[in-house]
Ligand binder design. Structure first.
Ligand code: ATP
Length: 439
């Protein structure tokens, strides 16, 4: 018999159906047994009247929580049932996989165990409806991003993650054995998405893994994460990239709100607010001044960068002043930007770059890139880089490369701000950190 999803049961009243899912709870009463079955579309009550078949009743009594079951039965309208006023009267039961008992963690406990214990048993932790919804939202967000890109003539690329040369800095770099030499795991698709500009692709995007050998234990860093990257040609400045990104994000939020807004409100207690455009823009120097004015002391060792506390404070300022959750912080000093960021012609100490903060969390870095090879070489040397290892990259800009720019966004960070989750470990399928490689 074809499987029926729980959300479609109402259309099947009086009919025989086949349900497949996990046994969330079993209420074994004197005469009746109630099985609460869960599939990806919801919960259903399955009922069995014990005197009908003592053997079946005994099999049901032996079921353990979270066992994987196939059930057939007849759908009955029953207004007293809390789960949709419906009940499935059980006829056959197939135990596909009896869950060992007790469960190492109870994903439905009122007080959940600490995150590290939940990550050890991530496949059980993921069984909660919130987690399912989170990944449905992620799927939809990625789909919306793609839709918007495709409507705007973008091409998808998949760049290699094994590299002969680091694409960012020597720090945070994973080295791997590659036959008789060393190779590196990509810290971003930066060089290769720029290569697509040299290839005349005009506009590209990539959603793929990014590796950072960052030994820190923060609530927003992972050693492997999914990067959402794009690059576009024929721009005049980083303003064109920001103007694209804010509309692309607005479209993404709108799609998530339209399709999953109600479910998110119910399970996360949070309204998806579609951001208005344009997002506020604050030059970095101004941001520093604002922070100072608000009594926020930037740590001196950050040398022109904003620390996480500063990001939060700036987020609060933007919310108070503009009623907005997003802000582009623009024109960062060269000291805290990579060599390939283009500099302002009238102020060479500043780059044509930006960070996008959402609710006080950095989710994106973007910039116009330097496409004039002589300038690029000079900037690389100034940063203390050797030209020889990046020669292949510099060559991209020798044979007709248009002006271009782009950005990189952390997918799990976007989920954090969209759903109001404080720890990135909760918004990624499987967390990778300095001390976590399993499961
Ligand atoms: P941060 O200052 O927060 O460490 P970054 O400046 O190193 O980030 P970029 O190199 O600009 O970040 O990467 C682009 C985006 O990728 C960031 O804005 C963020 O959303 C995401 N990102 C960067 N590093 C990580 C990480 N270790 N874990 C998860 N996401 C990350």
């Amino acid at each position: 018999m074809e499987r029926t999803y729980i959300k479609d049961l109402r259309q099947k009243i009086g009919q025989q159906v086949c349900l497949q899912g996990h046994l969330q709870t079993l209420r074994d009463q004197k005469k009746m047994q109630f099985l609460i079955l869960r599939d990806t579309t919801g919960l259903a009550q399955v009922a069995f009247y014990k005197p009908n078949d003592a053997q079946m009743a005994e099999r049901i009594s032996g079921l353990t929580a979270e066992s994987a079951l196939t059930i057939t039965g007849t759908v009955a309208d029953n207004p007293v049932v809390k789960l949709g006023g419906l009940e499935v009267q059980l006829e056959t039961l197939t135990v596909e996989n009896l869950a060992a008992s007790p469960l190492p963690i109870d994903p439905f406990a009122e007080t959940l165990p600490a995150i590290d214990i939940r990550l050890d048993w991530r496949y059980l932790d993921l069984r909660r409806a919130q987690n399912l919804l989170l990944f449905q939202a992620q799927t939809l967000a990625e789909q919306a991003m793609r839709e918007y890109w495709l409507q705007n003539r973008f091409i998808e690329i998949h760049s290699p993650k094994i590299m002969g040369t680091p694409s960012e800095s020597g720090a945070e770099l994973f080295t791997i054995d590659y036959f008789d030499r060393k190779a590196y795991l990509a810290q971003s698709p930066q060089f290769y998405k720029q290569m697509a500009m040299a290839a005349g692709f005009d506009r590209v995007f990539e959603i793929g893994p990014v590796f950072r050998a960052d030994p820190s234990f923060t609530s927003r860093h992972m050693t492997e994460f999914t990067g959402v990257d794009m690059e576009m040609s024929w721009i005049e400045s980083h303003e064109d990239v920001m103007a694209f990104q804010e509309r692309w994000l607005q479209y993404t939020y709108q799609r998530v709100k339209d399709e999953l807004g109600d479910a998110i409100a119910q399970l996360f207690g949070r309204e998806i607010v579609v951001p208005s455009v344009p997002f506020p823009r604050i030059p970095m120097a101004e941001a520093v001044r604002i922070l100072k004015e608000r009594g926020y002391q930037l740590p001196p060792e950050k040398k022109g960068d904003i620390d996480p506390g500063g990001e939060r404070e700036l987020g609060a300022y933007v919310k108070e002043t503009f009623g907005h959750d997003f802000v582009f912080v623009t024109d960062w000093p060269i000291a805290v930007r990579p060599f390939y960021h283009m500099r302002h012609p009238d102020n060479p100490g500043l780059t044509r770059s930006y960070d996008l903060l959402a609710s006080g969390l950095e989710i994106t870095t973007g910039a116009q890139r330097e496409h004039r090879v002589a300038v690029l070489e000079k900037q690389a040397l100034e940063k203390g880089l050797h030209l020889e290892p990046i020669q292949f990259y510099l060559d991209f800009f020798r044979y007709g490369c248009p002006p271009h720019g782009g950005f990189g966004l952390g997918l799990s960070r976007l989920l954090m701000v969209m759903l109001g989750i404080n720890n990135i470990r909760e918004t990624v399928y499987l967390f990778r950190g300095p001390t976590r490689l399993n499961p």
